[in-house]
Design a protein around this ligand. Structure first.
Ligand SMILES: C=C(O[C@@H]1C=C(C(=O)O)C=C[C@H]1O)C(=O)O
Length: 114
């Protein structure tokens, strides 16, 4: 096999891995969205203590798997920053919907209804 053929082969492996990684990240994002439903304030959304636990965990897992921990940390810090923005947007949407509900008239019985 030539060097160029091997590069093609390895890029095929990378493409397959990327498909799996993105599918897992999508599943992780779904779980974070569900968890956000139970959060009531920005402090709980940010949960800096939990962020540091996750970072310490992925650094250790990377190290155990032969990957430089700094790559795992940088990847997860970016991921968590984006997911935190997503959670803040969801929280703001829920607050806006609740405020709108509070402003709506209580009784909206259609005209003529018994
Ligand atoms: C998912 C959570 O919310 C945020 C996102 C985190 C993550 O993606 O791991 C961790 C902490 C929070 O910043 C959580 O509180 O667990």
């Amino acid at each position: 096999m030539t060097g160029a053929e091997r590069i093609d082969e390895l890029r095929g492996s990378i493409d397959g891995l990327d498909r799996q990684i993105v599918a897992m990240l999508a599943e992780r994002t779904r779980v974070v969205r569900e968890l956000t439903v139970h959060k009531r304030d920005e402090e709980t959304v940010r949960s800096p203590g939990r962020v540091e636990q996750v970072i310490a965990k992925v650094r250790r897992l990377a190290d155990e798997s032969g990957m430089p921990p700094g790559i795992a940390e940088a990847t997860y810090r970016t991921l968590i920053a984006e997911l935190t923005e997503l959670q803040l947007d969801l929280l703001a949407e829920r607050r806006a919907a609740a405020a709108e509900g509070a402003l709506r008239p209580a009784a909206t019985v259609p005209e003529g209804a018994a």
